[in-house]
Design a protein around this ligand. Structure first.
Ligand SMILES: Cc1ncc(COP(=O)(O)O)c(C=O)c1O
Length: 384
């Protein structure tokens, strides 16, 4: 009965990942490598800063764009960490990175607009573009390029309806980190065809091989770039639901208008956490980031010693490993199912992230090294 009331855009299609949750129920020894949520609790000083400010009365709506000192903390962190000058008018504090992305889509995409999205992709882009009435148009990225987004692979998909290009750097699910020349080429493409650049940079802190380079560091790019960032990964604070948008003031104003009519303002206590984290929280992240790097490097090495599996090593960034399983003779869904049923290890099939993800599985280094090694041992023992 209720089904007839559901809008077309909200049609529920369970992903393979959702089906896996059902299949793994009751497996006491399950090792779940499917979760893109850091296993660490947010460092105590960051939590305490939020709590202390809450006690002082930060328990209300904030100004529509966020508390001025939280905005200033974003401005200060970009200057200090990346050498990038932005002004408070360029910042909107919003309720999470995901919602920031939604606001960017809703404030800039008109029905019929086409948006270029790298395949494989973080799936929310596809849905959020569609919710805004736009059309995601996928262009390929390849393992042979270390999954780096190449402007020349996007250019053939540009039509007169193309409004912008989405970048996820560092990338979920592939772990790819873009080099300065990749970003420059994407910016040149955007200039040539007058495109907006949507740069999701929420894994800023997880770039191991090349220093993280923001799209905003490319001269001229700021005028046509919307950066999305958040506390979630860089400060292991997914539960804070706190993100921010950096863009030109006209776009910030448009996002604020949409936001005020949907969520109103970002959570006050999380904004106080963000203020502290961005000003002085990096000192508490050193051991956590070292641990992620260690897990990534050791797990990538270990995977490459399992016959018929391979992964980029050393891994470039994030806490995701995008493992090639083609030589096992199984497709990525078959591999995922077999590994779950017979080794009690959950991974995510690459095809969940797009056509080009076929033949790969995503492993999250969001459990400790002993479990990661145990998962590799179990997979190896299957003799695939
Ligand atoms: C690429 C990417 N963008 C955005 C998000 C959403 O992050 P947040 O927790 O800030 O909403 C995620 C979460 O996994 C992600 O992987």
């Amino acid at each position: 009965m209720a089904k007839k009331f559901i809008a077309d855009r909200a049609e529920f299609k369970p992903s393979v990942l959702m089906q896996l949750a059902g299949l793994s129920k009751g497996m006491d020894d399950l090792i779940d490598l499917s979760i893109g949520d850091p296993d660490f609790t947010t460092p105590e000083p960051i939590l305490t800063a939020g709590y202390q400010d809450a006690l002082k009365g930060y328990t209300h709506y904030s100004p529509a764009k966020g508390y001025p000192d939280t905005i200033q903390a974003v401005v200060g962190s970009y200057k200090r960490d990346l050498g990038i000058e932005i002004a408070p008018e360029n910042v909107l504090i919003a309720a999470s990175g995901a919602y920031s992305c939604f606001l960017a889509c809703f404030s800039t995409i008109n029905p019929g607009d086409e948006l270029l999205v790298a395949d494989p992709t973080f799936l929310a882009y596809k849905a959020q573009i569609a919710y805004a009435g736009g059309m995601p148009v996928f262009f390929p990225t390849y393992e042979k390029d270390d999954w780096r987004i190449k402007a020349e692979n996007a250019e053939p998909f540009i039509t007169e309806k193309t409004k912008g290009i989405f970048l996820c750097n560092p990338n979920n699910p592939t772990g790819a980190c873009l080099h300065r020349e990749d970003l420059q080429a994407i910016y040149d493409l955007a200039e040539k065809y007058d495109l907006m650049i949507y740069a999701d940079e929420i894994y800023t802190a997880y770039s191991y091989e090349v220093p993280f380079t923001s799209m905003l560091s490319i001269p001229g790019a700021a005028k046509r770039t919307i950066v999305i960032n958040s506390l979630s990964k860089n400060f292991v604070a997914t539960g804070a639901r706190l993100g921010w948008i950096i863009a030109q003031p006209e776009i910030i104003n448009a996002c604020t208008m949409v936001g005020v009519n949907v969520v109103y303002t970002a959570p006050a206590i999380s904004q106080r956490m963000a203020k502290f984290a961005l000003n002085q929280g990096t000192q508490y992240m050193g051991d956590i980031m070292k641990e992620f790097k260690d897990r990534m490097f050791k797990t990538a090495e270990r995977i490459n010693r399992i016959p018929h599996l391979s992964v980029q090593c050393p891994p470039p960034g994030t806490f995701y490993l995008f493992v090639n399983v083609k030589e096992t003779g199984l497709d990525d869904v078959e591999f995922t199912m077999k590994v779950l049923k017979e080794a009690h290890v959950t991974v995510v099939p690459g095809s969940d992230f797009g056509e080009l993800g076929k033949g790969y599985v995503r492993i999250c280094a969001t459990v400790g090294l002993p479990k990661l090694m145990e998962a590799c041992d179990r997979i190896k023992a299957l003799g695939l």
